[in-house]
Ligand binder design. Structure first.
Ligand SMILES: *[C@@H]1O[C@H](CO)[C@@H](O)[C@H](O)[C@H]1NC(C)=O
Ligand SMILES: *[C@@H]1O[C@H](CO)[C@@H](O)[C@H](O)[C@H]1NC(C)=O
Ligand SMILES: *[C@@H]1O[C@H](CO)[C@@H](O)[C@H](O)[C@H]1NC(C)=O
Ligand SMILES: *[C@@H]1O[C@H](CO)[C@@H](O)[C@H](O)[C@H]1NC(C)=O
Length: 635
């Protein structure tokens, strides 16, 4: 029975005396009316009502996000934990099904729902190129490839597909998109960045309404919006200047004046906040020597006060620990500095009771004012109410078929096609691409031709990613080539042939697929940006003897100038993900090449950093470069 609705009618009929009758009706029904649980109440009233009932312990619980390995129904209940996350590669079981994921998330949720106030927890995961921790999910190209597409509507569709796959596993929150503006490809996270140009990064924030849904017209700027059970809360990261560190060193120092910070690294936050992004993650990096996790002026003064962001601010993994050098050397100070800077939810992969104890005592000693705690909790509850988590806290199996669906794989394949950049096509005005589907015999070579893990890169199944074809479900480039050529074409695969092998066979042409091996974050920092062996030897052995197309699989531009003259055609494929068919679609002319570089391709690493617009700009291939081909009908 809808007490509120009937009550309204009675009140208008009989006046205030009826309130008593209403109250006894509710009691007779055995459920006292709780305003915060009433979805018909405005969110602000629900927040106010709930906060008035919460103890300090319950409030600090909301600010606590723990890793799934530490979580259980009992822990959720005992500490009033507000959020749980999966770190990179943290899964309930290897190759876990959607149902296994749902059961795990629901189990934690039941613990939260059994607390006195029954505030649901929010489960978060890094779904940064599709739902990449999950077996059989669609893996989309990493952002470095998506920037090439210049296609915001494609990004929106990818966001919507990713939201469905994340929800398929019972999860309502992703730590994406990364809106870093990578200014130096030596950075190990450069592939998580759409472009060195902030305008492309801004345009690509269209993934946010894809993930969260479109905020209705009239939604005030900065108010988070997430449209229900098929959408997820997003997270713009890493605030701010993560892509501007010295020499691209991960988590290091971004040296730039305020004007530069605002004009290069900040613009995409204006777009993300305007589009109703639910959360923002703080960067490990420093700005002019000051750790962002302790930067009150930017986190509170700029993001919350100036941009009017009203979702919640989350720390990075052990982000507050790293405020001090060495990390965790003065944890009480870290908690104080991080929370006072304006961080609302703290990501705690290890000792969360230490955080709870330290924060509690800092509040009791008035070092951290209660108003700061209330601001944090209000923001977290606002996101939870907005997305309907109180009404729908438990996931069911209704979306499990969305995971890795054919429709999503077709979308990823389209994204792969549009992300390829043709850097060279033929020698002496003789274009090599598109390749004919019908040839007597072709060679496919290279470490990355038949390696699903390599083509997906880092943040795939495991944090660092890994090589091989059994990590998840997908199509390698070799398989895609075999699927595409005429049945009469003989495809010879030899991963690393010697020159004699190539010479002694009469190949019409060769496709060589080489590149970087998977990495994530600081493990990917590189000062040389070379293609590791045997990539260069394979190029030399093959391209020295037969016309060859070289396809580079990499998270960023790499050193190619020394090989360029021996290569007939060169394609940058970035980290395309599971749908390798998109590469063959374009190589063999079912579709044309359309991609334009969203990064500058340098000649040598000593030019770095070098970005479009720089005074001494002298690239191998400039920003915006990309040859085109026309689709070849009846090939
Ligand atoms: C930057 O990296 C250098 C070299 O590893 C290190 O000494 C320094 O502390 C780092 N600075 C910051 C702000 O992280
Ligand atoms: C967590 O930190 C507390 C100090 O607040 C310490 O007593 C406890 O042993 C730590 N637990 C673990 C598992 O490290
Ligand atoms: C992957 O997902 C698709 C679509 O839900 C399903 O048809 C297929 O059986 C799954 N494959 C594996 C190996 O789990
Ligand atoms: C290039 O740098 C990477 C990462 O630091 C290193 O592992 C590799 O050995 C270097 N390669 C060369 C040829 O120096």
């Amino acid at each position: 029975m809808k007490v509120g609705k009937m009550g309204g009618r009675l009140i208008s009929l009989m006046g205030c005396a009826v309130l008593l009758c209403l109250w006894s009706a509710a009691v007779a029904e055995g459920a006292a009316y709780l305003k915060y649980k009433d979805p018909k109440q405005p969110i602000s009233a629900r927040i106010k009502d709930l906060m008035s009932r919460m103890t300090l312990e319950e409030k600090i619980g909301q600010m606590t996000q723990i890793e799934r390995k530490l979580a259980s129904s009992d822990i959720m209940k005992k500490y009033f934990v507000g959020s749980v996350l999966s770190g990179g590669g943290s899964v309930p079981a290897p190759m876990a099904s959607a149902e296994t994921w749902i059961n795990m998330v629901n189990e934690f949720q039941k613990g939260s729902l059994s607390t006195r106030l029954g505030i649901p927890m929010i489960y978060g995961i890094d779904a940064v190129h599709g739902h990449n921790n999950v077996y059989n999910a669609t893996i989309f190209p990493h952002n470095v490839g998506l920037g090439v597409t210049r296609d915001p509507q494609l990004l929106k569709r990818i966001g919507a597909a990713t939201a469905l796959e994340v929800r398929a596993t019972g999860i309502p929150y992703t730590f994406a998109p990364c809106i870093a503006v990578c200014r130096d490809p030596r950075w190990g996270r450069c592939y998580e960045s759409y472009s060195e140009d902030h305008r492309i990064v801004q345009a690509m924030t269209e993934i946010i309404p894809g993930l969260q849904g479109d905020a209705p017209a009239g939604t005030p700027k900065g108010v988070p919006f997430v449209a229900g059970k098929t959408k997820v809360a997003a997270c713009a990261k890493h605030f701010v200047g993560d892509g501007g560190t010295v020499k691209g060193i991960d988590e290091n120092n971004t040296v730039i004046d305020y004007k530069g910070l605002l004009s290069i690294h900040m613009p995409a936050y204006f777009d993300a906040v305007r589009k109703g992004v639910a959360t923002v993650m703080v960067s490990y990096s420093s700005w002019n020597g000051k750790r962002m996790h302790a930067n009150h002026d930017l986190v509170t003064g700029f993001l919350k006060d100036k941009l009017k962001f009203r979702g919640f601010v989350i720390s990075d993994w052990q982000g507050i620990d790293r405020i001090t050098d060495p990390p965790h050397s003065n944890y009480v100070y870290s908690v104080q500095a991080g929370v006072l800077a304006g961080i609302d939810m703290v990501m705690l992969p290890e000792n969360f009771t230490e955080f709870i104890d330290d924060l509690t005592s800092l509040v009791k000693k008035n070092v951290i004012p209660m108003s700061r705690i209330d601001d944090a909790v209000k923001r977290i509850l606002r996101v939870k109410f907005t997305m309907g988590l109180f009404e729908n806290p438990l996931a069911d199996l209704s979306l499990v078929n969305q995971l890795g669906s054919q429709e999503h794989r077709e979308l990823a394949r389209e994204a792969v096609r549009k992300s390829l950049v043709l850097l060279k096509n033929g020698i002496d005005n003789q274009p090599l691409l598109p390749l004919p589907k019908k040839s007597p015999k072709i060679l496919v070579a290279g470490s990355h031709a038949n390696n699903l893990g390599y083509q997906c890169g880092g943040w795939t199944i495991e944090w660092q990613g890994h090589g091989g074809n059994d990590l998840t479900v997908g199509t390698t480039i070799l398989t895609a080539i075999k699927n595409t050529v005429d049945p009469s074409t003989q495809v010879i695969y030899n991963e690393n042939p010697d020159a004699n092998f190539v010479k002694s066979n009469s190949f019409s042409h060769a496709i060589v697929v080489v590149g970087e091996t998977p990495y994530a974050e600081g493990a990917g920092d590189s000062l040389n940006l070379t293609i590791p062996e045997p990539g260069p030897s394979t190029i030399k052995n093959v391209c020295g003897s037969v016309k060859c197309v070289v396809v580079i699989i990499s998270g960023r531009p790499v050193v190619v100038e020394p090989y360029l003259s021996s290569i007939s055609a060169l394609v940058a494929a970035w980290l395309p993900g599971t749908e390798g068919q998109g590469v063959a679609d374009v190589l063999f002319g079912d579709y044309g090449f359309t991609g334009k570089l969203a990064r500058t391709w340098f000649k040598s690493v000593d030019q770095l950093p070098m970005n479009v617009g720089d005074p001494h700009y002298d690239p191998l291939f400039p920003f915006g470069f990309g040859l085109t081909t026309k689709p070849k009908k009846g090939n």
